[in-house]
Write a protein of this length. Structure first.
Ligand code: SAH
Length: 598
């Protein structure tokens, strides 16, 4: 009985010897016949011994498959070779189709082994950096066997789903429009500056790697030997490398465009507000539904604003807000809102939106930030960022005006959070697609907006309701120069407008007390904890200019020499001398023995 033949369907990788797997090598060596496209046979020439070679042209794939099956059935071991992986736009499927046509089954027919190889998506990605870190797809732009409408639909779906896309067969001499059309479709979903890598002949002698963008990719050479890798909305370029993060970022503050979540915090639920967490999925679903209704309300509210002929530009609206707020008008509005609150079965979202649209109708707000948000094309992947900021009505001012409260209501919307703190500011956490717009809105309403985190914050007293405002310009100057400056650990500067220092400023990291035109300076307080202690008085009678210069020098030293996460009081103690000021150990107050004795 003749030996049973075998089909070895082999992917030999991108084209260099080192990238061929061990099994692919031995399979090539153990076969009697090699069947493959001319160029591929040349690429593996170094592995060949005395195998019979059946070379064919590119377009003769079907005849290659038929020939392979015929030879295997005659009892030979036949290697069918494909570049990359034979199962990815390669010969594997085709060989199976020929076999199936002939009634082949595994039990009765020739033996078949498919040997995996490194496909172009992987080899090309490796040369670009790490672009395929997240959900990706491959799309072949060859409409030789697939109707273009189907391909276009897949490109559309990939765009919609924010998949990283690897385009195989992107362009040939004859097929040139497909890549142009693909670019057009993807630009509906991704910005023109989305990173794109063009890799030609990866791991071959003529290898070329080009890093470009979705907008400009057609200005470069793209041919039959190129794989085009298009990043998703998060893909970045760093030092010539294209890198896609493993997930999506949502936290946003003001000092950096995107605040990376620390590695050890990534898995916390609060950083994954979108996840389907066990047990709460129903609640989440509900939340999503509510969010939807807010968007509807918001667009309704925008509709009102537009119907009234309001200018949808928030910048303009806020300026108008700043000078047209009348306390009385707002109080009236507030009454209507309170009355509305008495009606049952209305969500806080409805009330908030109603309040906003009342203000819009009365011309107090020309349109709302929330409504403007709804205008931004909202698909799944332009997930709102969560803007987290500290807001206060002023350096020396602790009173919010009704106008400012209305602006806060407007920006916080239904899904935002307003947290009262003991630090003379509130923390806003607002889901938004346009964080700049929100901080502009708050600033235009005369509020102070500062980043949170490891930055410098200025805390001042209320200058006796701004009657003792003599030193206010210095507090404002401190804020202007140093507010939001990033430092090793969050640092508070306490500012007291008179010798009473009644707001507790001398317990802060750095403190200053204004007395008769001059300042006393204090360093290294620890406002909280069991071993809390006031700051050490290091200078008295500094002129305003001296004070600012000293603070500048102190902060520069801390920024430059402080360890990451080292609090200022610890830093001062460790280095012993900051900007010429010497640290002295804090003396605990004497314990007075009880007169009554034991
Ligand atoms: N089976 C192969 C794909 C064959 S389709 C695989 O798994 O990689 C042919 C397409 O693959 C080419 O048009 C090109 O887009 C891509 N390709 C294959 N080898 C490549 C290489 N070395 N460098 C870049 N692209 C390659």
């Amino acid at each position: 009985m003749a030996t049973r033949g075998k089909l070895l369907i082999i992917g030999f990788g991108p084209g260099s010897f080192e990238q061929i797997t061990e099994r692919a090598r031995t399979a090539i060596q153990e076969s009697d016949v090699i069947i493959g496209y001319n160029t591929y046979v040349d690429l593996i020439r170094g592995l060949l011994t005395d195998q019979e070679i059946v070379r064919t042209g590119m377009t003769e794939e079907v005849s290659r498959a038929i020939e392979a099956v015929r030879q295997a059935e005659s009892g030979k071991k036949v290697a069918v070779i494909s570049s990359g992986d034979a199962g990815v736009y390669g010969m594997a499927g085709l060989v199976y189709e020929v076999l199936i046509e002939q009634g082949w089954t595994e039990a009765t027919g020739v033996e078949v082994e498919v040997i995996p190889g490194i496909s172009a998506i992987n080899s090309c990605a490796s040369l670009l950096g790490a672009p395929v870190m997240h959900d990706a797809c491959t799309i072949s732009l060859s409409d030789h066997l697939t109707p273009w409408e189907v391909i276009a639909k897949r490109v559309e779906a990939a765009g919609m789903g924010d998949f990283i896309v690897a385009l195989y067969n992107p362009r040939s001499g004859r097929r040139t429009r497909q890549i142009v059309e693909t670019q057009r479709i993807l630009l509906k979903y991704r910005s023109a500056d989305t990173p794109v890598g063009l890799v030609k002949s990866a791991y071959r002698a003529s290898q070329q790697v080009v890093l470009t963008t979705l907008g400009e990719m057609l200005e470069h050479e793209i041919g039959m030997l190129t794989t085009v890798i298009i990043g998703n909305r998060s893909t970045k370029v760093y030092d010539g490398k294209m890198i896609t993060p493993r997930g999506y970022q949502r936290k946003y503050t003001l000092d950096r465009a995107e605040q990376p979540i620390k590695m050890n915090e990534r898995l916390r639920e609060e950083h994954e507000p979108w996840a389907l967490h066990g047990g709460v999925s129903a609640g989440r679903g509900e939340k999503t539904k509510r969010a939807g209704s807010v968007e509807e309300d918001a667009s309704r509210s925008l509709g009102v604003a537009l119907a009234e002929g309001a200018n949808p530009s928030v910048g303009v609206a806020l300026e108008a807000r700043a000078n047209s707020f009348g306390g009385v008008a707002v109080v009236e509005d507030a009454t209507e809102v309170v009355n509305a609150a008495a009606a049952p079965a209305r969500s806080s979202a409805d009330l908030a939106m109603e309040a906003v649209s009342l203000l819009v109708n009365r011309g107090v707000l020309e349109t709302s930030v929330v409504a403007r948000e709804a205008q931004v094309q909202g698909d799944l992947f332009s997930q709102p960022l969560i803007l987290e900021i500290a807001v206060s009505p002023g350096v020396g001012n602790k009173k919010l005006t009704p106008a400012q409260m209305a602006v806060l209501l407007d920006v916080v919307g239904e899904d935002g959070e307003f947290e009262y703190t003991p630090h003379h500011y509130v923390i806003l956490r607002v889901p938004t697609r346009e964080p700049e717009l929100i901080s502009e809105a708050l600033t235009a309403a005369g509020m102070i907006v500062q980043p949170l985190g490891d930055v410098v914050q200025i805390k001042a007293c209320d200058f006796c309701n701004l009657e003792k405002t003599e030193s206010l310009p210095q507090a404002e100057e401190l804020l202007r120069r140093f507010g939001g400056l990033s430092v090793p650990k969050e640092l508070k500067i306490g500012f007291a407008g008179c010798g009473m220092a009644c707001y507790g400023s001398v317990n802060e990291d750095i403190a200053m007390v204004y007395r008769r035109g001059k300042f006393d300076l204090f360093l290294g307080g620890k406002a909280i904890g069991r071993n809390a202690h006031p700051a050490q008085r290091v200078a008295e009678g500094l002129e305003p200019e001296q004070l600012l210069a000293a603070v500048e020098e102190i902060l520069a030293a801390y920024k430059g020499k402080g360890h990451p996460d080292e609090r200022f009081h610890k830093f001062f103690k460790r280095v012993g001398d900051v900007a010429g000021f010497h640290h002295e150990d804090y003396q605990a107050p004497l314990v007075i023995e009880s007169i009554c004795g034991d």
